[in-house]
Design a protein around this ligand. Structure first.
Ligand SMILES: Nc1ncnc2c1ncn2[C@@H]1O[C@H](COP(=O)(O)OP(=O)(O)OP(=O)(O)O)[C@@H](O)[C@H]1O
Length: 255
């Protein structure tokens, strides 16, 4: 399988802090790649460079043959890059369905408070989108019954799955998940992992994820990149990374 994303020498600093130093990594198409590492290792910064939220000071990124770092962030979304956030970033006053529809209007997300998001598409398009969301997204994620409920008050696990739903409605090629398992009890983690796998099977998506939950990460991932103090200290398959002495010292040993 070919690489969908290749990073080389990515460097990012904030004043005196070196968040990323010369980070090189690749993400193989149709695989799950996990980025792990202790707090402050640079995982979210790396996501922010890929999605265009931060601008790298040095380095290159190629995505599907394109120079990613030269591509504006809204164009990256159109190229099929979708992400979720570490902290839940849903509209609590809107329904499950409305939140997912916002995800479908990637270009308008910069302008989320605009009512035109809902008035924009013609009625026929709107109905087709709703049907697609019902079949492609809500059903496999087990969210069909709560489709019209407001997000506020939904259990945490359902809100995390809704974030995945909102990213998936774009039919992304590269799905970036920032701590999808955080704060979940084991049954919810299993449901989330199953949902990610099912989208990979049916949608052919490539997944890049960050999480602290070693068991969940190891159970789902084909490839693991370990960051510490902004540097890649190990990369490889799950078995190799588990055995790596620097990883054990930096991360697994401390877990
Ligand atoms: N906007 C910013 N301004 C200043 N420093 C930042 C900014 N974003 C990240 N950093 C710093 O860069 C370093 C890497 O942070 P980052 O959030 O990428 O780590 P992380 O591995 O995602 O950590 P965590 O597991 O705690 O989320 C940290 O020292 C952090 O304080």
């Amino acid at each position: 399988m070919r690489d969908l994303l290749t990073l080389e020498g990515i460097t990012l600093g904030f004043g005196g802090i070196q968040a990323l130093s010369d980070v090189s990594a690749s993400v193989r198409e149709h695989s799950v790649t996990a980025v792990i590492g202790p707090n402050g290792a640079g995982k979210t910064s790396l996501f922010n460079v890929i999605s265009g939220f931060y601008r790298a000071n040095a380095g290159t990124a190629r995505y599907d043959g394109h120079d990613l770092l030269a591509t504006p962030s809204n164009a990256r979304a159109r190229m099929g890059i979708a992400r979720t956030f570490q902290n839940i970033a849903l509209f609590q006053g809107l329904s499950v369905l409305e939140n997912i529809k916002l995800g479908a209007h990637a270009d308008l997300r910069a302008n989320l408070l605009s009512a035109s998001v809902f008035l924009g598409p013609a009625a026929g398009e709107e109905a087709a989108l709703t049907r697609r969301i019902d079949e492609e997204i809500l059903e496999p994620l087990g969210l069909a019954e709560i489709r019209d409920r407001p997000v506020a008050g939904l259990p945490y696990g359902q809100q995390k799955r809704l974030e995945l739903a909102r990213a998936m409605v774009m039919r992304p090629r590269l799905l970036m998940l920032d701590e999808p398992f955080a704060g979940m009890p084991p049954p919810e983690k299993r449901r989330m992992a199953e949902a990610i796998r099912s989208f990979m099977r049916t949608g052919g998506v490539t997944t890049l994820l960050i999480d602290h939950d070693m068991e969940a990460v190891m159970g789902l991932s084909d490839h693991v990149v370990v960051l510490n103090f902004g540097k890649v200290i190990a990369a490889g398959d799950v078995a190799m990374v588990r055995r790596h002495p620097d990883v054990i010292e930096a991360y697994l040993g401390a877990a």
